[in-house]
Ligand binder design. Structure first.
Ligand code: AMP
Length: 584
């Protein structure tokens, strides 16, 4: 397929923000894509070059892109920079400049979807000395053979910033409409932007089946292929593989023990809620892989965990769900998450870090046993397997501490024990429930002692004054409302002046600067990528912010981007619910 065909779709998608319209555009397009090209096309439609679980990345920042555009367009750095400032988007810059280049198009090759993907993937393999120059020249070459509008989307794909507003839900629905739309009699009315569906229940079944397949594989490309080739049956048969991460089950917050029992039934299991980092551990004989909650591969960063899993997990093929907590080597006491967070992105001094900030793995669930999925086994049974295969070794790896009870007093005592020994509170597990990857269904609940903080996305920031003038020091925070972000307040306290003291203004500035879309006076508009945990005194109704709510005394607690993507940020519904409970 010509890349220009896909570009037409990007342009159509960019011209509307209506979700259903997006679904319609994608589904009509997918209907005519051959099975052979379906995977490639879907990946690029998502703005990806590898599936979500694949850790390879292009590793090309805006600065390098600027140079590549310079080579391809023959324009000066100053000119490109000026255009960039004006538009805030290097995609548009490359469109304008390549269009201007007179000698262009005549003689250039037609780009195919396959060729674009192949070249972009090549970028991810370039490493070592001279890699920067090699990457720049490869991208320049690609841009030179591209038409202006093709160049725009190639640049955006590389920078991982498609700006077409297509979320995972839209791709999922589009696959259902494309391959099952006829059978389900889905009719989209463009004028009214609504859909008619003959049998809602059946439709929802298909959507759920697709979502399930995606939660297990994390790859819409393979899911779409299965849907097209084998229909609903194919989706149902998609299996997880040890070594490929799947989405983790998420927790619902409960306010007290009663609510916990209401959701999880009696008796229920109560476990320590460790304040660490979620680890999905894959053991395939001697090959161990560790993934974060965001499915990033952090195996290399945690060599001591790899060792423990080899030694103390007495089964050769498993996927475990666990929480790794940092502890003080001298006192043995648990340490807050912040201490191990710095290990996640670490590329050097890894052994030293594992000496300095060791972790203990607390296993609380099992997803695959002996190479077979156990997600449909009741939790109680899964727990028995864990107890059987984990050799408990304190400060190395062990089964999460737990009790099974119907008695409130016992829970209260256990909660106190958890908090006293440095944990966040308790988790509550429903004994007869399956494991639902990617879902927040109330089979696992969290009971924290203190008021829950919010995980908000930084959408704007302001340059500081006086000695803070080098830093972005005031942050506009937003929660998620379906496919968009709505503002709930501004925070400028909680950060440190010095880097070594914790999350500092300087570190935040480093993180936010590459995300600047536009500058207006002191204020900068940001791409919504950074999630931070925010504490507050109270939620109030307020016309000041687009959410209709404002936070009283918001303060930044810590960075959350390592564990939570913006899609997982606190939602407007959660804020409304907290507001409602607070009034009560
Ligand atoms: P939260 O991040 O506040 O939504 O709380 C849920 C998180 O608690 C999970 O994603 C885990 O990383 C963590 N956690 C700690 N201990 C446990 C446990 N025993 N069971 C499940 N999750 C746990």
């Amino acid at each position: 397929m010509q890349y220009s065909k896909l570009v037409e779709i990007y342009e159509k998608l960019e011209s509307t923000t209506k979700r259903l319209h997006h679904v319609y555009i994608i589904s009509e397009f997918l209907k005519n894509v051959s099975v052979e090209e379906l995977g490639t096309t879907i990946l690029l439609l998502e703005g990806r070059i590898f599936p979500r679980w694949d850790e390879r990345e292009i590793g090309m920042a805006s600065k390098m892109m600027l140079k590549a555009i310079g080579v391809a367009s023959g324009e000066s750095k100053e000119r490109i920079n000026k255009e960039w400032k004006k538009t805030g988007d290097l995609g548009t810059v490359s469109y304008n400049l390549i269009k201007k280049k007179k000698q262009h198009t005549l003689g250039s090759h037609e780009l195919t979807v396959k060729k674009v993907l192949k070249n972009l993937r090549k970028l991810a393999t370039i490493e070592g000395q001279g890699s920067v120059d090699k990457k720049i020249s490869l991208v320049a070459e690609l841009l030179t053979s591209a038409k202006p509008n093709e160049a725009k989307y190639i640049v955006r794909t590389i920078l991982n910033d498609m700006r077409i507003g297509v979320g995972e839900g839209s791709i999922r629905d589009a696959i259902v409409w494309a391959f099952f739309g006829k059978e389900l009699k889905v009719h989209y009315n463009k004028e009214e932007n609504n859909i008619e569906i003959e049998d809602r229940e059946k439709y929802n079944q298909y959507i759920d089946a697709l979502q399930r397949a995606y939660d297990i594989t994390n790859d819409f490309a393979t899911v779409a292929e299965a849907a097209k080739k084998q229909g609903l049956k194919g989706l149902g048969e998609m299996i997880m593989s040890v070594g490929i991460p799947l989405k983790v089950m998420l927790a619902i917050k409960v306010d007290d023990i009663e609510e916990g029992f209401e959701r999880c039934g009696k008796p229920a299991e109560f476990e320590f809620k460790y304040d660490g980092m979620r680890m999905q551990i894959h053991k395939n004989d001697n090959e161990i892989k560790i993934f974060t909650r965001r499915l990033e591969n952090v195996t290399n960063q945690f060599p001591e965990v790899v060792d423990c899993v080899k030694k103390y997990v007495k089964e050769n093929k498993v996927i475990l769900d666990s929480e790794a907590v940092g502890f003080d080597k001298k006192t043995g006491k648990y340490l807050p998450f912040q201490n191990i967070s710095r290990r996640i992105k670490r590329k050097y001094d890894i052994e030293k870090m594992s000496e300095q900030f060791p972790v203990e793995v607390n296993v609380f669930d099992i997803i695959n046993y002996k190479g077979k999925s156990v997600i449909n086994e009741p939790f109680e049974e899964r727990k028995k397997i864990i107890d059987k295969i984990i050799k408990n070794v304190s400060k190395k790896i062990k089964v999460a501490k737990s009790i099974v009870t119907s008695n409130k007093k016992e829970v209260q005592d256990f909660h106190k024990e958890a908090v006293d020994s440095g944990n966040e509170g308790l988790m509550i597990k429903k004994l007869d429930a399956p494991y639902k990857p990617g879902a927040r269904v109330g089979f696992m609940c969290k009971l924290k002692e203190t008021k829950e903080n919010l995980d908000l996305v930084v959408v704007k920031a302001e340059w500081g004054e006086g000695k803070r003038s080098r830093w972005l020091s005031s942050y506009t925070l937003a929660c998620r409302d379906k496919d968009k972000f709505v503002e709930v307040g501004k925070a400028s306290t909680g950060l440190k002046e010095k880097r070594e003291e914790g999350l500092s203004f300087a570190e935040m500035t480093d993180l936010l600067k590459p995300l600047i879309k536009k500058e207006e006076g002191k204020e900068v508009i940001l791409r919504p990528k950074i999630v931070i945990e925010v504490g507050y005194e109270e939620i109030q109704k307020s016309p000041t912010y687009s959410s209709g709510f404002a936070l009283r005394f918001p303060r930044v607690i810590r960075l959350r981007s390592m564990e939570k993507p913006p899609d997982d940020a606190t939602t407007l519904d959660m804020i409304k619910e907290t507001y409602r409970k607070q009034k009560k």
